[in-house]
Write a protein that binds this ligand. Structure first.
Ligand code: ZN
Length: 243
């Protein structure tokens, strides 16, 4: 039998899938890549790896690599999601977890990681609006995956002035002349928010707080479009509507 090599990682748990008995297959994202590994016995209440292997926990861990497969050796939690008995924070965390689980693959890990890290620290801070944070994270994941909106100017003519709406199918802003349907029209405030969420940097996440109805409206627009393009449906959106 070949002796395994030890791999030390730091990152976030983004997917948990039941395996046999008390075991689970975990997907873990770091600032370089994603890793899937077997975590033995972590569903047992007494497992010492339980806290560090919770969904969206940030952890340090050691894996044993043997012939291309990884098994968890030990782990240590650095921080884990805490909804602090707040319904909107709890739903926002569910939304972020589902988004990570369905959207992050190996190649995008490096680009998404700083956003996930900034999102998780921002959401933990009392006073920050969790739904606005979740909305920015969604916009950035979409941008990185190539489903973002072009918010620099009209997608048809390139004009930067007189922007009055969006075309989800063309992926960006529309000027007054190129607006085709009434349904493409958006309020100035919604257009401003769209521009912010697609253009801001990871440090800007906690600097804004949008109204709840604005967040929900944009979440609906962007996730509907994602579903049309990829077939990916985010089930936690139903809960977001109840906030
Ligand atoms: Zn135009």
């Amino acid at each position: 039998m070949t002796k395994g090599k030890i791999v030390n990682l730091e990152g976030y748990v983004i997917r948990l899938a039941d395996y046999k008995d008390n075991d689970a297959m975990i997907t873990f994202v770091t600032d370089k890549d994603t890793y899937s590994f077997l975590a033995r016995g972590i569903k047992k209440p007494t497992s010492k790896n339980r806290a560090s292997m919770a969904l969206l926990a940030k952890s340090k861990l050691s894996l044993i690599q043997t012939d291309g497969t990884y098994v968890l050796k030990e782990s240590q939690p650095l921080s884990y999601p805490d909804a602090k008995d707040d319904f909107s924070r709890s739903v926002s965390l569910m939304f972020i977890a589902e988004l990570c689980s369905k959207m992050i693959q190996g190649e995008e890990a490096e680009a998404i990681y700083p956003w996930l890290d900034a999102t998780m620290s921002a959401i933990e801070t009392i006073g920050n609006d969790s739904l606005s944070i979740a909305l920015i994270f969604l916009a950035q994941v979409l941008r990185i995956e190539g489903y973002g909106l072009n918010v620099d100017g009209c997608v048809v003519c390139g004009k930067k002035k007189d922007i009055v709406g969006i075309s989800l199918s063309d992926g960006g802003f529309l000027c007054r002349e190129d607006l085709e349907y009434e349904s493409q029209k958006r309020d100035v405030r919604i257009l401003k928010i769209l521009r912010y969420i697609f253009r801001c940097g990871p440090n800007d996440i906690a600097r804004v707080s949008f109204e709840r109805k604005e967040c929900k409206f944009i979440l609906d627009d962007l996730t509907k479009n994602l579903e049309e393009m990829t077939g990916i449906k985010l089930r936690s959106l139903e809960l977001v509507k109840k906030i």
